[in-house]
Design a protein around this ligand. Structure first.
Ligand SMILES: NC(=O)C1=CN([C@@H]2O[C@H](COP(=O)(O)OP(=O)(O)OC[C@H]3O[C@@H](n4cnc5c(N)ncnc54)[C@H](OP(=O)(O)O)[C@@H]3O)[C@@H](O)[C@H]2O)C=CC1
Ligand SMILES: CC(=O)N[C@@H](CCC(=O)OP(=O)(O)O)C(=O)O
Length: 322
């Protein structure tokens, strides 16, 4: 049963930025559902403040799929509606470490799904932090990884991660087939990656983009012999398995025997797979997360959060298997 709606028997949702990469994917995932009413603005009015104000006032929830500045403006617009303000789910980077917002990673900690369900303002995690936090936080919480450990996170994304402009560049002429970036070590995902992983020392983050549309791998190399108690790869695997036991969309999988992993296997799903590739003899391990940057890294997580916020669909599962 849906929570109280402003009008109608099912909650209404408006996606601000519905024609962008993330917005379109959320529309696709929600279209045809009988337990929500999806609202839309005519294309010529999608940036019109007055039209937006009217549709915000009618909606039970608004998903912001906008650049950061536009997401902040939309948040002010919602706030100006007072008691008629819709619940907000922000897919941008604008509010992810803002204490007034709830971080929308339901499986991150036992209380997170209920916190999302109760919150009027939820920020959808970045695609890379989804993988990095999923790997690191359980190990920090288990005391395997000290908070101040010098962590490095490497990652590769499909080019849809850069939105409409990067898609146009990669599907046009002259784009590189692979590129490291973020080498100024100031990538916009670092604050949320550090905060929600529970690290006191800023990690080094080296993202890259390849000539494939969507899909992502996030990896963390670790020297096990300098960790307290010198854990074996199996200890890391056990800590991850314990944390995600029963989770519906997060799976701790066995490492591939051939020592290889490709990034596209979870495309168009809300799945997140975690693996520990280890060499006990060398006392080394590489943790790897695989996800769809547009799925669990964006639109899949957005739908999961909306269900929690509106009390619909799989909401009662609270991030765990039914
Ligand atoms: N792509 C990805 O993998 C992920 C993206 N995100 C985040 O989601 C947000 C959207 O990204 P993405 O979908 O990739 O970006 P896109 O560039 O593909 O889409 C952004 C959309 O927002 C529209 N827009 C811009 N300003 C306004 C406004 N004031 N009012 C209404 N619409 C507006 C744009 O229209 P126009 O082009 O006409 O300006 C465009 O359609 C960003 O904050 C991004 O960081 C989050 C997770 C993953
Ligand atoms: C390949 C690529 O350019 N990726 C984007 C991140 C995509 C994403 O998830 O960004 P937000 O969720 O924070 O908007 C980047 O590195 O800026």
């Amino acid at each position: 049963m849906a929570q109280g709606t402003k009008s109608g028997s099912v909650p209404s949702i408006f996606i601000d930025g519905e024609s962008g990469t993330t917005g379109l994917q959320i529309v696709e995932r929600l279209q045809g559902r009988a337990d929500i009413a999806l609202r839309s603005l005519p294309p010529e009015l999608r940036k019109d403040p007055s039209a937006k104000r009217d549709i915000f006032a009618e909606a039970d929830a608004v998903v912001l799929c906008l650049p950061d500045d536009a997401a902040k403006e939309a948040t002010s617009l919602a706030a100006s509606l007072g008691s008629q303000a819709p619940k907000l789910l922000d897919a941008s980077t604008a509010h992810r470490v803002d204490p007034d917002w709830t971080y929308g990673f339901a499986e991150m900690a036992p209380g997170q799904a209920p916190a999302i369900a109760a919150s009027p303002r939820v920020s959808n995690p970045g695609c890379y932090p989804t993988g990095g936090i999923a790997l690191l936080r359980p190990l920090v919480e288990a005391g395997i990884l000290p908070k101040d450990f010098p962590v490095t996170v490497n990652a590769v994304s499909g080019y849809s991660g850069g939105g409409k402009s990067m898609i146009a560049a990669y599907e046009g002429e002259g784009a590189p087939s692979f590129e490291l970036y973020g080498l100024s070590l100031e990538h916009k995902h670092l604050p949320e990656l550090q905060l929600y992983s529970g690290l006191s020392r800023r990690p080094i983050f080296v993202p890259s983009v390849g000539d494939f549309r969507q899909g992502m791998l996030v990896s963390v190399p670790l020297h096990l012999d300098v960790l307290p108690g010198r854990p074996a790869p199996a200890d890391l695997q056990a800590a991850l398995e314990k944390h995600y036991a029963g989770a519906e969309w997060v799976r701790v999988a066995p490492a591939e025997a051939n020592g290889k992993l490709e990034p596209e296997a979870l495309n168009n799903t809300n799945g997140l797979e975690l693996r520990v590739f280890g060499n006990a003899k060398r006392q080394q391990a590489v943790l790897v997360a695989r996800l769809d940057n547009l799925g669990k890294g964006a639109s899949g997580a957005a739908v999961q959060n909306l269900e929690l916020m509106l009390g619909i669909g799989a909401a009662n599962r609270m991030g765990k298997a039914a």
